[in-house]
Design a protein around this ligand. Structure first.
Ligand code: 3PG
Length: 473
């Protein structure tokens, strides 16, 4: 192609490569760059896309892009993003734009926005979710920050994103690092939903005695109802995947240690900072860490042998129905936590995020895409100031009927020493949020007793301190 390319893409790994092909399919010409000649050669050998070209020379790559340039990055988060920016900067002109499409930490993104703005460049943080297939055929895209830069890419993003009823799963998210913040919240919710699904699997497997075939049938059935979602659908498929080594089903041969790249933990850290409770997500992060302590668990299991007698469920169908209802209830409570935090973050960081818009662009393309997001979108469209999703008319009745089942399912887990950390965290959040009174008066009394930290009174305004009658050394 002799004309200049409309966009540049740095990082031609699976995600970058697939995004380039997706952009190309929609008529956008793209120059690609990667340090790895193999990735460059792979893209150049394709004879199906004549509006793309890959370079292994960064100068030639930059020179091949239309000015003002828009260069997207799909490289691992962290110092590599900074290294790429430093390499690019001397080759760019003022008004050029760099867009980081990776899972960068929002604090890093804000710093890059500020630094690059002073040097005359535009920088945007853009969240992409949908994995390899999403990148190729339509992800959910969460752009935030610089509006000038956004105007240059908005049509392209709408074209390449997933569509739900013809509506693109992308929209301007908010100022500054809002795009990466929202992607972080997406991932935190994803961690909790995955944990809740795995707790359901645990209970179904060891108390219900469900085989892999039966688990596949249960999840397939759930996916036809209110739990319909990408995560439930892939879970049903997982149970039927044979192990290529011929040893039964693959699921039974996968080591029980979950890894993580950090976005869930970042969400928990910021939740503590901005004081927004997200216990279901915290528990999911913690449980991944606990699962990774495999060696310790193997040794410990011998020290404190559990009573291995787990009574089998009297009626498998009843158990599966109960877990379906409990899981749906816990999904609602998880979204309630994540979206309440998003509202609080938006106020704290002045992002100007509209939660209804976020929920609507998560309806398709991303890992947490699910039928429930349609109703969540409606709940926030009907009331933009909704303090908590649990209070919305769209969900409050469902919660009322789901709560006893959630409690019953958790009791089964507790009875048989089956850990239910995210389910329990959802119920504890629910019980706390809907409690007029909590025993925090005692905590305040203790703080005042040992540290003169003062307390407020329930019957009158003011700050109080008591000289507690006993001195304890
Ligand atoms: C994502 O959804 O962005 C990640 O692929 C999943 O994150 P994890 O590797 O931390 O589970």
């Amino acid at each position: 192609m002799s004309e200049l390319y409309s966009f540049g893409m740095i990082g031609l790994g699976t995600m970058g490569n697939n995004m380039v092909l997706n952009m190309s399919d929609h008529g956008y010409s793209v120059a690609g760059y990667d340090k790895n000649p193999a990735q460059v050669a792979e893209l150049n050998k394709l004879d199906t896309h004549d509006n793309i070209e890959a370079f292994d020379d960064i100068k030639a790559f930059v020179a091949s892009i239309k000015v003002p340039r828009t260069i997207l990055l799909l490289v691992p988060a962290g110092h590599i993003v900074d290294a790429v920016i430093e390499e690019l900067k001397p080759l760019l002109q003022k008004e050029d734009t760099i867009i980081d499409c990776g899972n960068s930490h929002f604090v890093d993104t804000q710093l890059r926005i500020d630094t690059l703005a002073k040097e005359g460049f535009h920088f945007m943080g853009l969240g992409v979710s949908g994995g390899e297939t999403g990148a190729r055929f339509g992800p959910s895209i969460m752009p935030g920050g610089d509006k000038t830069a956004y105007a240059r890419i908005s049509d392209m993003l709408a074209a390449v994103s997933a569509k739900v009823n013809g509506e693109p799963c992308t929209a301007y998210i908010g100022t500054g690092a809002a795009g990466h913040y929202v992607k972080m919240v997406h991932n935190g919710i994803e961690y909790a939903l995955m944990q809740l699904i795995s707790e359901s699997y645990h209970l179904l497997k060891v108390h219900g005695g469900f085989t892999n075939e039966e688990l596949n049938a249960v999840f397939t059935d759930w996916n036809k109802g209110k739990l319909q979602s990408f995560l439930i659908e892939i879970t049903s498929a997982i149970f039927l995947q044979p192990d290529e080594s011929g040893k039964g089903m693959l699921i039974d041969n996968i080591l029980d240690t979950a890894h993580q790249k950090g976005t869930g933990a970042w969400m928990s850290q910021d939740a503590m900072k901005i004081q927004s409770p997200i216990p279901a997500i915290d528990a999911a992060v913690t449980q991944r860490i606990l699962s990774s302590m495999k060696q310790d668990r193997v040794v410990a299991a011998r020290f404190f042998a559990k009573d291995n007698h787990i009574e089998k469920a009297a009626n498998k169908e009843t158990l599966a129905n109960d877990i379906e209802n409990a899981l749906y209830t816990a999904f609602i409570i998880t979204y309630s936590q994540g979206l309440a935090m998003l509202q609080q973050a938006s106020a704290t960081y002045n992002y100007g995020i509209d939660v209804a818009t976020v929920a609507s662009i998560w309806r398709g393309g991303c890992i947490i895409r699910a039928a429930i997001l349609k109703e969540i979108t409606t709940a926030y469209q009907n009331n933009a100031d909704l303090k908590n999703l649990m209070l919305s008319p769209e969900f409050s009745d469902t919660l009322k009927t789901g709560e006893p089942t959630l409690r019953r399912v958790i009791q089964k887990g507790l009875q048989y020493a089956i850990p239910m950390p995210s389910f329990s965290a959802c119920l504890n959040y629910f019980d706390s949020y809907f409690s007029e009174w909590l025993p925090a008066n005692l905590i305040q009394a203790q703080r005042d007793f040992f540290g003169a930290h003062t307390y407020e009174r329930a019957d009158k305004d003011g700050i109080f301190h008591t000289n507690w009658s006993q001195t304890i050394y």
